[in-house]
Design a protein around this ligand. Sequence first.
Ligand code: ASP
Length: 314
Amino acid sequence: MATQSYSLIIHGGAGALEDLKYEASESEFKESILEILAAGRQWLESGAAALDVVEYCVNLLENEPLYNAGRGSVLNENGEVEMDAALMNGEDLKAGAVTCVKQIKNPISLARQVLDQGDHVMLAGAGALEFAKFCQAELCDDAYFITEARIKQLKEAQAAGRMMLDHEKVKPAQKLAQKLGTVGAACMDSQGNLAAATSTGGLVNKRWGRVGDTPVVGAGVFADNETCAVSATGYGEQFLRTVFAKTVSDYVQFKDLDAIAAAKAGIAYLVRKVNGEGGVIVVDRHGKCAAAQSTSGLIHGWIELGGEAICKLG
Ligand code: ASP
């Protein structure tokens, strides 16, 4: 039974908005964000738990090839999709994560199975695949995940001789077909519980076996009912080195900041310490929603305390 209002914020990656036109129009991104928020609202109004809602929203984002997660994930140096995902429940700090997974249609739901199963927090690669089969998670051939746009993007990254961040702003001479990408959700449900989830294909042309921030609790994802729920996107190594998502939560806990101030303080810290590039979404324990980024854009949208859905690309 709902006892109070709810809040939901989702993102589709941080990046250089001026490059959106290479892959999809702004309206396509806006439409998809607003549709997913509407689907999340329905669930929340029926009293769904924050953990279920963030898993559900990230499932929808993973199924949408516009984003760098699930179907449409970027390709590693071998032309393969290797995905990372994690989610966390703010009520009891339970968390589940999978890393370097292939063939899993919805990595966030496999992460949820890890959380529910409870023995471990993170499973990797072949072990995660075996666990997926045990759980009867939906599997897909490689062809399901790989889109033409991603093959082109990898070729361009390799021709430029570099590892490519899907959100990175490149010099015109190295202009690559970028997609903004990694996805995430943070939520406060009608019981006042918080949860966050993040899912990604990682970096274009990354080394196989590379693990980013997304599946690491405290780096790409964090939720604690005492503070806030956080999902991050950007250059994963920088978010790992700054323990980014937990740092944002610490700003709430120890400096008594609200979502807006904590999101801004987190990004300022990321820039100051490691010149980091990326963005963050936050819902605090009072249901305040906020986003901040050091890139020129962050695709995101929110419903704050049951209000109107809004979508922003910057
Ligand atoms: N953080 C992700 C990673 O480094 C990439 C992204 O957010 O776009 O794997």
